[in-house]
Structures are given as C-alpha cells and as structure tokens.
Design a protein around this ligand. Structure first.
Ligand code: ZN
Length: 253
C-alpha cells in the first residue's frame, strides 16, 4: 500500500499540516490537509475519503477539496464514516451555514458529494481497499481504521486516549505491516490529554504494551507548540521500531 503523509500534526503552523493521508493515490484517510498538500491535478483524482471523527484537524480541508473541484468534469466525492460522524458533518459542516450542503448540489439527483454511513467493525470496500472502522476513546464519536489491500494491512488509531478494542483487533489482523497512533501532548500536560482524549508519551508507552505484534509504530498528531518536547520524551522511551511520521513522505506497507 502506498501511504503518503499529507499532514501529520494536531495543529497548523507553516510547514505543519493537519492529519490526512493519501492511500494508493486516490483514497484519503482523514482530511485535515488535503487541499493544502495536493495540487489541483492530484485533488481531482481523490474520489473517496474515510473520516475518523468530526474534529476540524481531521476534516477542515473537505469544504475546499469539494469547492476547488466542483466544476471539474465528472468530479464527485464520497465520504465514509460511522453514522454519528456523518450526522455531525451534515449538521455542523455541510449545513448551508458553515458551507453549502453539497449533497444536493448541483441538484438532488446527481450531487457532487455523497455522505455514506458505515457500520462499526464491518469491513467495507473502497477502491481496492478493505476498511474496518474500530471505535476508540476520544471525546467525540471516533473510530480508527484497519485498512488492507493485497500487500498488507495498516492500523490507524486516529485520536484516542487509552483504549482496548482497537488493540484487540490489531493483534488479530493478519498481514499487519504497521500501526499508526497518536501522541498529542507532552507528559507535563497529562491532565489536558486526559480531558481531551489524547495520549502523551507516558500513556503511549502503556498503550504499546497492548500491542503483541512486532511491527513498526508511527506517531502523528503532535501539537506544534510541544513538538520538540514530545520528540525528546518519545526518544526517552527507548522503544525500537517507534518513530514519527514524516510529512510529505510516501511509505510502502
Ligand atoms: Zn480529535
């Protein structure tokens, strides 16, 4: 699987885009920085977007991805998420106030945007990928995803505090190539991490004890203000096969 990191931060300052990944050139996994990272020519090839939760650092480029490409011949976009996340996007994003409701534009019969509800834990197919949503422990309804193609599987936790079910299913995934999880705050901000449903290096360390598979683990989601400190604390864990995702890099899993 070609896994291109469009953005991998939990906030936005120059050179630091928010969470979004491009899989095999056409499927986006979260959309915090799609229009910020891809040229128009690349954006128009994105047909499917899988969304983990409604927070802006995972969704805020969706309105511009659609707006930028609305008049491109044949452009349509399907967004897949669990029902609570779809409801949130209908009510708070594509609601004709924050942004137009593109699910009825240019008309009801052939809209440019489809919002597609997917059930938890049941794999669905998107452009050659099998995608399984798994509930995690964030402050809004959130799923991670286990994404698989013929070459292998990648498990992405999305934003989460300590959680259980995700690791159970990850440990059972055949052909697992990598795990991607978050570290948003440094240890000094553990209270803030707890109330906002995120990990710090010390809670990450406990989470990784639940992982029974010998695969590389990549981190995303650092708040830019705390990047250097988080990096130092993660290095201090002295775990092998643990590193940070690099923005702009394409991994092959
Ligand atoms: Zn979040």
């Amino acid at each position: 699987m070609k896994f291109r990191v469009l953005g991998c931060y939990g906030g936005n300052v120059p050179e630091h885009g928010m969470t979004s990944f491009l899989l095999n050139g056409s499927v986006c996994l979260d959309a915090g920085w799609v229009s910020g990272a891809l040229s128009l020519r690349e954006q128009v090839k994105v047909k499917d977007v899988i969304i983990s939760h409604s927070h802006l650092d995972h969704t805020c480029s969706l309105p511009f991805l659609i707006d930028n490409n609305f008049s491109a011949p044949g452009f349509t976009l399907s967004i897949y998420a669990i029902p609570e996340v779809i409801a949130s996007m209908k009510n708070h994003l594509f609601n004709n106030h924050t942004w137009p409701d593109f699910t009825c534009l240019p008309n009801d019969l052939t809209p440019v945007l489809k919002l597609i509800e997917v059930p938890e834990e049941q794999p669905f197919r998107v452009n050659g990928l099998s995608v399984r949503p798994v509930r995690v422990s964030h402050i809004v309804p959130t799923t991670g995803f286990i994404v698989e193609d013929k070459a292998g599987a990648v498990a992405y936790s999305s934003d989460t505090a300590p959680t259980e079910r995700f690791w159970e299913l990850v440990n059972r995934t055949k052909n697992l190539k990598a795990v991607i999880t978050e570290t948003s705050f440094p240890n000094e901000l553990q209270d803030l991490a707890n109330v906002s449903g995120h990990l710090t290096p010390q809670t990450l360390d406990m989470e990784l004890r639940k992982l029974k598979r010998d695969v590389p683990v990549y981190l995303y989601g650092c708040k830019p203000r705390h990047l250097a400190l988080i990096r130092r604390q993660v290095r201090g864990l002295k775990r092998r096969k643990l590193s940070f995702l690099t923005q702009g890099k394409t991994y092959r899993f």
